[in-house]
Design a protein around this ligand. Structure first.
Ligand code: NAG
Ligand code: NAG
Ligand code: NAG
Length: 329
């Protein structure tokens, strides 16, 4: 049994006590009010035994990553989330015991569980596997583990999108970015900020900001990036999916449905990419997390709030038939 803690970037700033709270992006709150705050036990030096062997990576963690700011770039997966018009509705339910057909309960079974009817593996924040368009390239479970951590570049075209909601990023936008910030590093991830996701889940999935074929080709062929990503659920509006089709049929992955790119600087952060391994999967539900320098204004820092044990909420999680998922209201 697992649960995940969905914290968004605005949390860190919200509450003076340092406890993450109100989430402007509409996700779950970590807290309404901290109910029972566990005291963090003072670290005691071990009475016996030598300290664990350290490494340069552990020193790097202590020096750097323990103080970095973690920014969530993924949407919460929920049934009222928009999907591409060709796919069916998503349904969440309470998992039921196969013998009785009754939902599990904390009282009788000690635990509860959820059931999901997902009509597609192409939904929410994702990493498209090339097998989505070409069976000879990698499926979800075949994407290498080395995708886990990369340099993150953010190219902002939101001003152009304000003037034209279907604006397609072109090579000139990338060259302009490079004039200001320098050459895009090889093997990095490049996310395109359009602010399309600002009104999520109320978004237009038929007309949206695009990434032009020439731009994705330039990023891969001239700059050798690992993958690019964008806020909408598709790369472009052409009838034959020109940009997306070129990428996936040439063995490149791409990120879709990313958000909070206004909370990430153009250069200097890393991107952590974590996703489940579905056998033969064509898309991946992904948690993208930007790991930004300690002086960056957004994001959460490890140890700045209770993490283990996690704090209790005032309101219990309950099945909400109106929403169609478990919530605290
Ligand atoms: C999922 O679909 C199956 C088959 O149609 C149905 O029996 C089940 O109740 C559905 N579960 C949810 C959570 O919607
Ligand atoms: C908006 O941008 C798209 C993509 O570049 C283009 O096809 C369209 O003509 C533009 N619309 C306007 C009104 O300029
Ligand atoms: C990208 O690389 C190709 C092949 O080397 C080159 O012909 C082209 O001019 C480059 N594009 C740009 C915009 O620099």
């Amino acid at each position: 049994m697992r649960f995940s803690l969905l914290v968004t970037v605005s949390c860190a700033l919200a509450v003076a006590s340092g406890m993450p709270s109100e989430d402007a992006a509409g996700g779950y709150n970590l807290h309404k009010r901290p109910a029972k705050l566990p005291k963090r036990a003072e670290a005691q030096p071990p009475r016996t035994g030598r300290p664990a062997q350290t490494s340069s990576l552990w020193s790097l963690y202590d020096k750097t990553f323990a103080h970095t700011h973690y920014v969530d770039l993924s949407h919460t997966i929920q049934p009222d989330m928009p999907v591409w018009r060709g796919f069916g509705d998503i349904k969440f339910g309470e998992a039921v015991h196969r013998d009785t057909g009754k939902p599990f309960s904390y009282d009788k079974d000690l635990f509860v569980a959820n059931a999901y009817n997902l009509t597609t593996d192409q939904m929410g924040t994702q990493l498209d596997a090339p097998a989505h368009f070409n069976p000879y390239f990698a499926a979800s479970d075949e994407i290498p583990v080395t995708f886990a951590l990369r340099k993150l570049v953010v190219i902002d075209v939101s001003e152009k999108v304000k003037l034209n909601a279907t604006y397609a990023m072109v090579v000139d936008d990338i060259l302009l970015w490079e004039k200001k910030h320098g050459r895009i590093p090889k093997d990095s991830v490049v996310f395109v900020r359009s602010d399309w996701s600002k009104t999520w889940p109320n978004v237009n999935t038929d007309e949206f900001p695009q990434v032009h074929l020439s731009a994705v080709q330039f990023l891969h062929l001239n700059r050798s990036i690992l993958f690019h990503g964008h806020e909408p659920l598709d790369t472009d509006m052409t009838p034959q999916f020109d940009s997306e089709r070129w990428l996936l049929t040439h063995g490149y992955a791409q990120a879709e449905g990313v958000t909070n790119l206004d909370k990430v600087p153009p250069t200097g952060c890393l991107l952590s990419t974590g996703f489940p391994k579905f056998a033969g999967g064509t898309g991946n539900y992904v948690r993208y997390v930007a790991i930004c320098p300690s002086n960056w204004e957004y994001g959460l820092t490890p140890g700045s709030f209770p993490e283990a044990p996690l704090p209790q909420f005032i309101e219990p999680l309950k099945w909400n038939p109106e929403k169609g998922y478990r919530s605290r209201d």
